[in-house]
Design a protein around this ligand. Structure first.
Ligand code: R5P
Length: 287
């Protein structure tokens, strides 16, 4: 198998390659004087199993990915598997209001004709899987998160909303603990209200607050605030994807007793390595 990496190669790409015993292909990229993007694959992909590892975080990522897939397909590989550690736009998996696009479907429609299968990591909602005409699997990161916090004397695993409760329950179960969820009402992209309806005594306890994505940090900060008012002892925060826009990692870092996310996106808090889980998931799809 040969791996086609994105523009910015991180330790995640190198470690997935190491676990799979594969090499990273050489991809040349440059910009034309007018700003248009160019790339060229310098390995022979004919009859090879190809793994493309590529995040879709910003618009440029999607263009680079589509160029890479088109170039790879033309080189007649035996298969193309696409691994997307961070699949952006998955929060718009439905038309919430008339006049809006189903953004995640638009993206799936663009990429699926080029690939034989797709793997994504903790997609915000499984509905996106149904938009693909090709096999599409959602890898859920549970054990690495549970393992990371096992020595922190945690009593409860807490989701900031009921949408994330299943994930919190799975992490809690892997730690032999109980999960609870808070209740969230979103007013806008950056304003949320969090309440706690569960009548549970968290006084003096250590808790793990866990979510799929931390973006503006609005959700997590409001949840930390509420838990502190309920006099928890320590609040540890984890998420699968640390998008951390508007410097939210700093604010959360000040308020929480610990902040750790996976290396699906590379940040200074990406201390939970998921390369082994991703390599195993790739193996299960390809064999
Ligand atoms: C939404 O339901 C997600 O699970 C996250 O809670 C949300 O995307 C976090 O965004 P922010 O950090 O901007 O509050």
């Amino acid at each position: 198998m040969i791996i086609l990496p994105p523009e910015k190669v991180t330790s995640l790409h190198r470690d997935v390659a190491k676990h799979l015993g594969s090499e990273l292909a050489k991809v040349e990229r440059k910009q034309f004087p007018d700003g248009e993007h160019y790339l060229r694959i310098h390995n022979d992909l004919k009859e090879q199993q190809v793994l493309v590892i590529h995040n879709i975080r910003v618009e440029r990522d999607l263009l680079d990915l589509l160029f890479l897939l088109d170039a790879a397909r033309a080189m007649e590989p035996s298969s193309i598997t696409l691994l997307v550690p961070y699949f952006g736009y998955a929060r718009q998996h439905m038309r919430y209001n008339i006049g809006e696009p189903v953004s995640s479907k638009v993206i799936v429609d663009c990429i699926s004709p080029y690939v034989d299968s797709i793997l994504a990591v903790d997609l915000h909602n499984d509905e996106t899987l149904e938009y693909s005409s090709k096999p599409f699997k959602n890898i859920k990161i549970i054990d690495s998160i549970a393992k990371h916090f096992k020595d922190k004397k945690i009593t409860y695993v807490i989701s900031p909303d009921d949408g994330g409760f299943e994930r919190a329950q799975k992490i809690a179960s892997a730690m032999g603990l109980k999960a609870i969820h808070l209740d969230k009402k979103r007013e806008s992209g950056s304003v949320v209200h969090i309440t706690m309806n569960d009548i549970i005594d968290i006084y003096g306890k250590n808790v793990l607050l866990t979510d799929d994505i931390i973006s503006t940090g609005g959700t997590i900060l409001k949840a930390i605030d509420l838990l502190k008012r309920r006099k928890v002892d320590k609040v540890y925060v984890s998420a699968v994807h640390g998008v951390f826009c508007k410097g939210s990692e700093e604010t959360i870092g000040f308020s929480a007793n610990g902040l750790c996310v996976t290396n699906s996106l590379e940040t200074e808090h990406s201390t939970i390595d998921i390369s082994k889980e991703l390599a195993n998931a790739v193996r299960s799809v390809i064999s």
